[in-house]
Design a protein around this ligand. Structure first.
Ligand code: AKG
Ligand code: FE2
Length: 429
């Protein structure tokens, strides 16, 4: 799906999508059916699990007419076009979503019934302009309680308390306020049949104004998709290479750029890759959506954390057009630096850098200057998302070390990811 040879197919489908949507709109309300994906296909997060969208005309003879639109989450439609042409004004096959997701949706809030919550979820995605099937499928987005503050620390744990995925910290006790239908019965600690792992979102943290850490934000399935996608792209034109500095020293990582190429020697962005002269691959749409979803969730966190009315003032929204993908072996590292080669406008606005960590954990340093001793340290684990924008946009940061053998076993088992850490930083030029 992200292979260059598929781009043509995807672009072709893009036309069909526009046509189908506009024709359908003239006649009737289209119903979009998200078709389940064949397991051999490897999607990217936002549309993960679905290989195509079908637009059906809903009544009369037209119901036989059907357009199947490939939608692999590659850059086949831009988001605006998707929203404005398509808008999902019909209902996304609620029955099948209900079947597959009602448990997940219900579980998330603990109160919604399946159909209502499926619809609610769809509506809210519609409202947000993001059709994030990955989230529907993947029990991923934070619930409305996300970001509520713990009293003492700036740490956010309500998700853990309310969510059925909160394996280790479940406070769901019979006879408490949490379960009023069993009032009066003796208190029984719930037993969790699953070990605490990826959904244990217990410490969403504001590290400093404009710098936030969303712990364990990316689901395992999404991490797998991202590794597979980066691996496929990394083998092709514009893929991974080991860059060097002007003095001939090599960076202690492998790098690949998406959208635009960043040249560490010249410290500037360019259209082509310095080694193979190829244009870098596009950023897959699914990744852009994931980034935007993370920014929205970071906004929730900011809102809960401070009395500021507008979280945009702390962390502006951003639609990425650059992604730098780094792979660190267990000996990899990156010195303290600022990300300052994006456009003046982007830097002036404080448009954030959004960083995804996958694989082995990293000790990440950040501070106001290059002095390692004065820098603060935070552990970035597989699935974590770090954002820095606004007044923290020019924060110094770097990776002091990689923690060997700390990657989730299932991630390694499913992808064959080498020992080391994959990091993707999204930016707007
Ligand atoms: O690997 C990381 O977490 C940081 C990467 C980074 O700072 C960069 O690519 O500019
Ligand atoms: Fe950086």
């Amino acid at each position: 799906m992200f292979f260059p040879q598929l781009q043509r197919l995807i672009r072709f489908d893009r036309c069909r999508l526009s046509t189908a949507a506009s024709v359908s709109r003239q006649i009737c309300r289209p119903i979009c059916i998200l078709k389940k994906m064949n397991p051999s296909q490897k999607p990217i997060s936002s549309l993960s699990g679905y290989s195509s969208i079908t637009v059906q005309k809903t009544f009369g003879n037209e119901s036989s007419a059907e357009e199947t639109l490939q939608s692999f989450g590659g850059k086949f439609i831009d988001e605006k076009q998707f929203q404005s042409n398509y808008e999902l004004e019909g209902i996304v096959n609620v029955a099948s979503l209900q079947e597959e997701h009602s448990f997940l949706c219900r579980s998330r809030t603990g109160v919604d019934s399946g159909l209502r919550s499926s619809l609610k979820t769809i509506n809210s995605f519609e409202h947000e302009g993001i059709v994030d099937v990955g989230s529907l499928q993947e029990e991923h987005s934070f619930p409305s309680s996300f970001g509520k503050k713990k009293k003492k620390k700036k740490v956010y744990s309500n998700y853990v308390e309310k969510s059925p995925y909160s394996n280790s910290k479940s406070k769901n006790v019979v006879g408490t306020k949490n379960s009023n239908c069993f009032g009066g019965l003796p208190k029984v600690e719930r037993f969790n049949i699953c070990l605490p792992q990826f959904r244990d979102i217990e410490s969403q943290e504001v590290l400093r104004p404009g710098m936030l850490l969303l712990k364990h934000y990316i689901s395992l399935r999404e991490q797998i998709d991202i590794v597979n996608t980066c691996n496929s792209l990394g083998e092709g034109p514009g893929g991974f290479y080991r860059p060097g500095y002007k003095d001939g020293a090599k960076l202690r990582l492998h790098m690949m750029c998406l959208g635009m190429n960043w040249d560490p020697q010249a410290r500037k962005y360019d259209k082509v890759h310095p080694v193979d002269n190829c244009e870098p691959p596009e950023i897959p749409l699914g990744l852009c959506l994931l980034v935007q979803r993370a920014i929205k969730d970071a906004h929730c966190l900011i809102r809960k954390d401070s009395d500021m009315v507008n979280p945009e003032d702390i962390l502006p929204s951003m639609s990425p057009n650059i992604c730098i993908v780094n792979f660190y072996s267990i000996h990899g590292r990156l010195g303290l630096h600022q990300d300052r080669d994006e456009s003046k406008e982007s830097l002036k606005k404080g448009l954030p850098v959004v960083s995804l960590s996958i694989g082995d954990s990293a000790e990440f340093l950040y501070g106001n200057g290059r002095e390692v001793d004065l820098a603060k340290k935070v552990l970035l684990e597989s699935g974590d998302v770090l954002l820095f924008g606004g007044e923290s946009r020019m924060v110094f940061h770097g990776v002091s070390s990689i923690v060997p053998s700390s990657a989730p076993e299932p991630l390694k088992a499913k992808t064959g990811l080498r020992q080391g850490r994959l990091n993707l930083t999204f930016r707007r030029f």
